[in-house]
Design a protein around this ligand. Structure first.
Ligand SMILES: NC(=O)c1ccc[n+]([C@@H]2O[C@H](COP(=O)([O-])OP(=O)(O)OC[C@H]3O[C@@H](n4cnc5c(N)ncnc54)[C@H](OP(=O)(O)O)[C@@H]3O)[C@@H](O)[C@H]2O)c1
Length: 382
């Protein structure tokens, strides 16, 4: 959790009663600790404020989000003061502000779940971080759309600061999701295939690049648009094996593609609705479809034939849950980040196509993030 004036406490209507209570207790403990540090360490520390994009009620992001001055807690012994450098606007950030996401911070809340920050001051007991380090949040719900924050040392993890800023700002969610989905559901070997919809999304672009680095063919489905050829060329330039339009999935010509490319063992669904059903139809016998997003806001329908005659596995993935499940074992997160950073350093994993926007232009950026067919992620630069 960030530990500014308003410590964020997650609530999840979907978690079980026991884990919900545990989460509440954790939040309460953190709040208590935050207060302890407020009173026990304030002597000698100058109060600081930062600028943040905060919302006080759920609703249309460009209506409810405002640029405000927010007080910072004094620096406690186990805290670090960081300067935010850049933070993306992801669909889950939008859904949190709308009040429709699975986890929602208490209000008022600062928007944003990921981003990269630089450590500018460390508390006396901080061991793992030093001034100048780049850090990203370990968990969701932290409120990254701000200029500075006082954080608990344990709420962030360091990154090498010689990777591109935009790669660092967008590393903690989408590339991690892509890597886990390509690793944890099917044993994909070089020459195997994966099919995905929303292939031009942040997750989709990471899937393309990680698959290419592993020698895995990617069949990339995007919605049709006037500039389809440019988009297709751009995705092929980062390693897409095939790029096809949604409609093509339903046409007989798709059989031609499977003469030159093995049927996929894995389908990655970020859309839902008909698009997901079409992905399922092309899976290999016994293959898996992993749903990680629902951009079409339509349920997934599984054809009976896919279950009976192909025994497909229908699975789901949520990177926030993966991070919670591995929160006691920092090594797992570190190993994943090392693998991704090595790909970045080798030029095999680039940041998604994006538009950089100053924090003060947030309203424009929020509107742009909600437009279809843009193929560019909005990144707030602090
Ligand atoms: N489960 C997890 O752990 C996890 C992790 C990361 C992301 N996600 C989810 O994955 C999804 C993509 O996230 P992102 O950050 O990669 O997105 P993004 O970069 O903002 O891209 C959004 C994508 O959604 C597509 N899209 C938007 N509306 C659509 C519709 N009505 N029908 C079909 N496609 C539509 C866009 O295609 P067009 O260009 O055609 O508009 C684009 O490909 C989101 O739902 C997000 O919440 C889940």
């Amino acid at each position: 959790m960030w530990l500014p004036l308003h410590t964020v406490c997650l609530r999840s209507p979907t978690v079980s009663g026991r884990s919900f209570v545990a989460a509440l207790l954790k939040c309460t403990r953190r709040r208590a600790n935050a207060n302890v540090s407020l009173f026990s360490t304030s002597a000698g520390h100058r109060a600081q404020t930062c600028t943040a994009l905060r919302y006080r009620k759920h609703g249309d992001p460009s209506q409810v989000v405002q640029l405000e001055n927010v007080d910072l807690l004094p620096l406690g012994a186990n805290n670090v003061l960081v300067k935010m450098l850049a933070a993306p606007i992801n669909p889950s950030d939008i859904n949190m502000i709308q009040g429709t996401y699975a986890i929602l911070p208490d209000l008022p809340a600062v928007g944003g779940n990921e981003g990269v920050a630089q450590v500018v001051e460390v508390g006396s007991q901080v061991k793992s971080l030093k001034t100048g380090d780049w850090v990203i949040p370990k968990d969701a719900g932290l409120g990254t759309w701000r200029t500075e924050a006082v954080l608990a040392e344990n709420d962030v993890i360091s990154l090498p600061n010689d990777i591109p800023l935009l790669s660092a700002a967008t590393l903690g969610v989408n590339p991690c999701t892509a890597l886990r989905m390509l690793s944890d559901f099917e044993d994909l070997k070089p020459g195997d295939s994966v099919i995905q919809n929303a292939a031009n999304s942040g997750v989709g672009q990471a899937v393309i690049q990680i698959a290419a680095a592993r020698g895995i063919n990617s069949i990339n489905v995007v919605r049709d648009r006037p500039e389809f050829t440019q988009l297709s060329d751009r995705l092929k330039a980062i390693g897409a094996t095939h790029v096809i339009k949604e409609e093509a999935l339903r046409r007989p010509e798709i059989k031609e593609l499977f003469k030159i490319c093995p049927k996929p063992k894995l389908a990655l669904n970020g859309v839902g609705g008909k698009s997901a059903t079409e992905l399922l139809r092309h899976l290999q016998l016994g293959g898996s479809m992993v749903t990680y997003g629902g951009m079409a806001k339509q349920p997934v329908t599984v054809p009976v034939s896919a279950l009976i005659f192909k025994d497909v596995k229908v699975r789901g993935f949520w990177v926030t849950q993966w991070k919670k499940d591995h929160s006691k074992d920092e090594r797992a997160f570190r190993v994943m980040l090392d693998e991704l950073c090595n790909l970045i350093k080798q030029g095999k994993l680039t940041a998604p196509a994006c538009t950089e926007v100053g924090l003060q232009d947030y309203s424009k950026a929020l509107d742009a993030a909600m437009q279809p067919f843009t193929s560019a992620k909005q990144i707030l630069i602090m």
